[in-house]
Design a protein around this ligand. Structure first.
Ligand code: 5IU
Length: 261
């Protein structure tokens, strides 16, 4: 039996972090591997998208620091909508400092990310201290961490040695690191969850070196688990119809992969 033939639900049994189990189970129950990258700058817009598109997604990905009118009330509302529509919240914070600093950035400041985000992410560049720092805050709150293994942007510096070292670092924290931001599956271990940004209906890019793959390429050909879509949905005339279409494409690619084994 190969990993790619296993269901998300089957893979939940291999996870040590409860939040990883929860995410994988939610995906199979709700039949969605779509994450919405809600890159908007007003609290009202963010709430409106979470309300409207929440039923289609497994994850809402936020950049809380681009919201111009942030209040703690916003994150309380997001938590309520996450319960109502059954999705998890992923703050795409991309921590990149020493352990002691990221601990403060994760727990405190204006945004208090650890209080409301089920998942966040970090660069492995500083070494394992960054994970130790985030672990001290997040583990007891049942949070999960994703490491950035491979970016979607053209010319990034994450070569195969960097990716392999990132994987090895993650293996030291199996009850907290739940997977990776990556363009490809990285291992044959079934517990890792792979999230892919840079996804659009048509491959291509933008003027700032973003590169896109299709949902089918990410999930079926490159073996990842969750497609992260931003402008592909948000810039559409009808975001709800477009979200449903991405959801279907992502799900079909998952079923095709399982069949192919
Ligand atoms: N994002 C990427 N590529 C990466 C990582 C994160 O695009 O390698 I790590 C984020 C940036 C943006 C979203 O919030 O994912 C993609 O948005 P679009 O689908 O609008 O390009």
């Amino acid at each position: 039996m190969t990993v790619s033939s296993l269901s998300y639900q089957d893979r939940a049994d291999y996870c040590q972090a409860p939040i990883a189990k929860q995410l994988l189970q939610l995906m199979d129950e709700k039949k969605t591997n779509l994450a919405l990258s809600a890159d908007v700058t007003s609290a009202q817009q963010l709430i409106a998208y979470a309300e409207q598109l929440g039923p289609e997604i497994c994850l809402l990905k936020t950049h809380i620091d681009i919201i111009e009118d942030f209040t703690a009330g916003l994150t309380q509302t997001l938590r309520r909508l996450a319960e109502k529509h059954h999705f998890l919240i992923f703050e795409d914070r991309k921590f990149a400092d020493i352990g002691n600093t990221v601990k403060h950035q994760y727990e405190g400041g204006l945004y208090r990310i650890a209080d409301w985000a089920d998942l966040t992410n970090a660069h492995s560049l500083p070494g394992p201290g960054i994970i130790h720092g985030l672990y001290e805050v997040g583990r007891k709150k049942n949070r999960g961490l994703l490491l950035l293994a491979e970016m979607s942007s053209a010319g990034h510096l994450m070569d195969s040695a960097y990716i392999q070292k990132t994987l090895a670092m993650a293996e030291q924290f199996p009850d907290f690191v739940i997977g990776f931001i990556t363009q490809h599956a990285l291992s044959t271990h079934p517990h890792w969850i792979y999230l892919t940004p840079g996804v659009k209906r048509d491959a291509g890019g933008d003027s700032l070196l973003q590169q896109y793959v299709t949902p089918e390429k990410a999930i079926y050909e490159q073996g990842t688990d969750i497609i992260i879509v931003g402008r592909g949905i948000l810039a559409a005339k009808d975001p709800l119809t477009e979200a449903k279409s991405y959801r279907q494409q992502g799900w079909d690619a998952y079923l095709k992969r399982r069949k192919a084994g």
